[in-house]
Write a protein that binds this ligand. Structure first.
Ligand code: ADP
Ligand code: MG
Length: 150
């Protein structure tokens, strides 16, 4: 279902998850369609499941999901799986000062898969050639996942 090559244009994916476990399993499968250089922008409110999605994705790349912790305060965590994985959370980048001294280009790496939570903080500096994952709350344990390709 999600075993498409990243080199061909993709149709968007829309899917409803009914538990954190389902979100993780979906992301674990979807991870197989990724390759180094892919940038994934994760949109959604606090608690929408962005970090849960990253845990599942990490699992799909051979990384222990328990090792994956939110990088809210450290900005970036890196993991070594089938490919190197960079997990960035820009939630704290919420002042003009913080933003002006931050350059996303310094974190870009063509050999890694890059996951960015709160990419809207980057405004016009937001990477363009990226896959967008949009998570929305639909209830206590229900989330809608949309994946949109560039
Ligand atoms: P974010 O990184 O978007 O702030 P987290 O992944 O850290 O969100 O947290 C999501 C929270 O929502 C967790 O407490 C998780 O258990 C809960 N949750 C409930 N249902 C789901 C679901 N279907 N998918 C993902 N998380 C869910
Ligand atoms: Mg998070």
């Amino acid at each position: 279902m999600i075993k498409q090559s990243i080199l061909t244009p993709h149709d968007p994916i829309e899917w409803v998850s009914r538990s954190p476990k389902e979100t993780m399993r979906f992301a674990e499968q979807w991870a197989k369609s990724l390759e180094p250089g892919n940038v994934i922008l994760l949109y959604g409110d606090l608690g929408a499941g962005k970090t849960t999605f990253v845990k599942g994705l990490a699992k799909g790349m051979g990384i222990n999901p328990k090792e994956v912790v939110s990088p809210t305060f450290v900005l970036m965590n890196q993991y070594r799986g089938r490919w190197p994985l960079s997990h960035i959370d820009l939630y704290r980048l919420d002042t003009p000062e913080a933003l002006s001294s931050f350059r996303i280009e310094d974190y870009m790496d063509p050999n890694s898969i890059m996951l960015i939570e709160w990419p809207q903080r980057l405004k016009e500096a937001c990477p363009r050639n990226a896959i967008r994952v949009i998570l929305t709350h639909e209830g206590e344990s229900q989330r809608r996942l949309c994946i949109v390709y560039p």
